[in-house]
Design a binder for this molecule. Structure first.
Ligand code: ADP
Length: 600
């Protein structure tokens, strides 16, 4: 038996020829035929040459059976097993594991070869390169041109493919060219030697045999990245796998399997040193298939749900966990956001309530301040109202006298009633103004004609203070618009005029004119009220705008501080300056010009 004799042929299915060759040991014509399917990786003739020793031994050992060897390529042998066209198979370890999965093949013995210590470790892949090649590790093969036998060849591709993958070189993607040559396997060795490829994947021990037979020289090629394997007499680039098995099939009679197994184990060593051992464990081959996702694990390459699940369950679990974490995080964030939103709303509500309260307080305060001014002006108002009332009374009496005396000419009587109407309208107008001023209402900001509003305030003041002389001569054509509440501006102006008059009365010259002026500045309108009153002592000046600062017996000391806050709330300034020689005081305020505020 010579397992690796160099007789090669590719793609064959030669049952007929082999049958003819197997008559010598076939005994009686009524013997049961037992068909042994053999993977003919080196060609049909090699099958007979290599395995006839075994066949003859079985024929001799098990009487009444006619054993025949049928040679197949891998696909042919698989088909024959499916068809039950064979009773036993002798095939490569890889193919056997595939048949175990697909057809329930069951090993009964494993070849024991002379070059290995154990049948469990006797086949590997040798990756051969030229001795002078600058390739030293498996990783060096990335981007190189590599030859192999066939995608299904166990030692001739699959074993090496696993090693390459583990070295970080995916043979399907990372090589410049992966070329499958088919049988005979020696083609690969010759091609590498000739430099037509960078490396070649062959079954272990082939190189040593070719060197022994003189087919190639000893120093021409070497095995890439050889691994030390104890007791293994050839060089290998891969770990080692169990040798070929002899396997029974599902339909093979159990008794026959038993007899064959016993015979194989008893078979004496061949001249080349081969024999049969108890079946090895082919689990490692299974692992290789799983890792390469080939053979029974080819489904791992398919994008089916089950395939994905089997393949990526770890990742799926991680993604699922991340999704759960994300969901929990989202729910928590949502919860926090809604909590904060509620808190924010509550704070906003509180702020709105406080603003409302402040407005209410401000309105009340403004109202009080206006009432205070009116209070201070009360006697003046009473005096002013007295005038029209006295006039009305006089006219009414005069008319009554005329009527009593029978002087009923209509003209003087009509003059009298006309005067009464005029005087009562004057009184009504004073009351209307006072009522409008004293009304309690929220402030409203609008575009206001400043000159007109100041004019009205001055009219109200002089109307109620006949002793006061106010000089007010604005340019009638001038337009001065400000954004403000007109009543508040009047409140400020009345305050300043009242203070000016009080100061002049204190100084004893109430009749002196009070000068009210209006001027257009760069960005503001400026209003000044200048009196020739008592003025202020320097130490009083510092407290002028403080609330409740007053020097008057019935004063409240609120007028100026309120006026200042009104003007400042409109974006303006209120201040005072002593006149030259301390002859009275000038109080002034400025307000932003509305036309310059637009668009801000
Ligand atoms: P009140 O008029 O009730 O005292 P104000 O706040 O209007 O309150 O004025 C505060 C004080 O400022 C006055 O009491 C007065 O002493 C002083 N003052 C205000 N205006 C003038 C002025 N034009 N000339 C002199 N003193 C003034």
């Amino acid at each position: 038996m010579l397992f690796l004799r160099p007789l090669y042929r590719l793609g064959f299915f030669l049952m007929g020829v082999t049958l003819l060759l197997q008559t010598s040991h076939a005994d009686a014509s009524n013997a049961t035929t037992v068909r042994i399917g053999v993977l003919a990786y080196k060609g049909a003739e090699a099958v007979q040459a290599d395995w006839s020793y075994v066949r003859n031994w079985l024929v001799d050992s098990i009487p009444g059976h006619r054993f025949i060897l049928l040679d197949f390529d891998q696909a042919g042998l698989t088909g024959a097993v499916h068809e039950r066209a064979v009773d036993f198979v002798i095939t490569s370890s890889g193919h056997y594991v595939a048949l175990e999965h697909s057809d329930g093949a069951s090993r009964i013995a494993t070849i024991e070869s002379p070059w290995a210590l154990s049948p469990r470790q006797s086949i590997g892949s040798a990756i051969v390169v030229r001795d002078d090649a600058r390739l030293h590790t498996l990783a060096d093969l990335a981007g190189k041109h590599v030859l192999a036998v066939d995608p299904d060849a166990f030692g001739g591709y699959q074993i090496a493919a696993r090693e390459l993958l583990e070295a970080g070189v995916d043979p399907e993607h990372d090589l410049a060219n992966l070329q499958f040559t088919g049988f005979p396997i020696q083609k690969i060795v010759h091609a590498v030697r000739a430099g037509r490829a960078d490396a070649g994947i062959i079954r272990t021990c082939l190189l040593e045999q070719m060197i022994r037979s003189g087919e190639i020289g000893a120093g021409e090629l070497r095995v890439l990245a050889p691994i030390a394997a104890k007791g293994f007499q050839c060089q290998t680039s891969s770990r080692l796998y169990p040798d070929w098995p002899f396997a029974a099939l599902r339909h093979t009679p159990a008794e026959l399997s038993k007899q064959v197994a016993i015979a194989l184990l008893r078979m004496p060593r061949t001249a080349d040193g081969y024999s049969w051992a108890v079946p090895a464990d082919y689990q490692v081959v299974d692992e290789l298939f799983r890792e390469l996702k080939i053979g029974p694990y080819a489904y791992l390459r398919l994008w089916t749900f089950e395939g994905l699940l089997r393949r990526y369950w770890g990742w799926l679990l991680l993604i699922l966990t991340l999704l759960v974490v994300w969901a929990v995080h989202t729910v928590r964030v949502e919860h926090l956001v809604s909590q904060r939103t509620r808190a924010l709303r509550a704070a906003q509500e509180e702020q709105r309530r406080m603003a409302e309260e402040a407005l209410l307080r401000q309105t009340t305060l403004d109202h009080t301040a206006r009432l205070a001014i009116l209070g201070e002006m009360a006697s003046a108002i009473a005096h002013e109202l007295n005038q029209p009332l006295a006039a009305i009374r006089n006219f009414a009496r005069g008319m009554a006298r005329r009527i009593t005396a029978g002087r009923l000419e209509p003209a003087p009587l009509l003059d009298g009633t006309g005067e009464i109407v005029t005087q009562s309208e004057r009184a009504a107008s004073i009351i209307r103004n006072i009522r409008a001023f004293a009304q309690k209402r929220a402030s409203e900001q609008k575009s206001v004609d400043l000159i007109a509003v100041l004019g009205e305030a001055i009219a109200l003041f002089t109307g109620t203070h006949p002793q006061a002389r106010v000089i007010w001569q604005p340019d009638a054509t001038q337009r001065a618009k400000v954004l403000a509440d007109p009543v508040k501006i009047q409140q400020v102006m009345l305050n300043l005029l009242k203070n000016a008059l009080d100061a002049q009365q204190t100084a004893g010259h109430a009749q002196e004119p009070i000068e009210a002026r209006f001027r257009v500045e760069a960005s503001t309108y400026l209003v000044t009220v200048r009196d020739s009153g008592c003025g202020l002592k320097p130490e009083q000046f510092a407290h002028l705008f403080e609330p409740f600062f007053t020097t008057k017996p019935e004063g409240l000391g609120l007028g100026l501080s309120l006026s200042k806050s009104i003007i400042e709330s409109l974006g303006g300034t209120l201040s005072a300056v002593a006149n030259d020689n301390n002859a009275g005081l000038t109080v002034w305020f400025s307000l932003p010009r509305e036309e310059l505020q637009e668009g801000i």
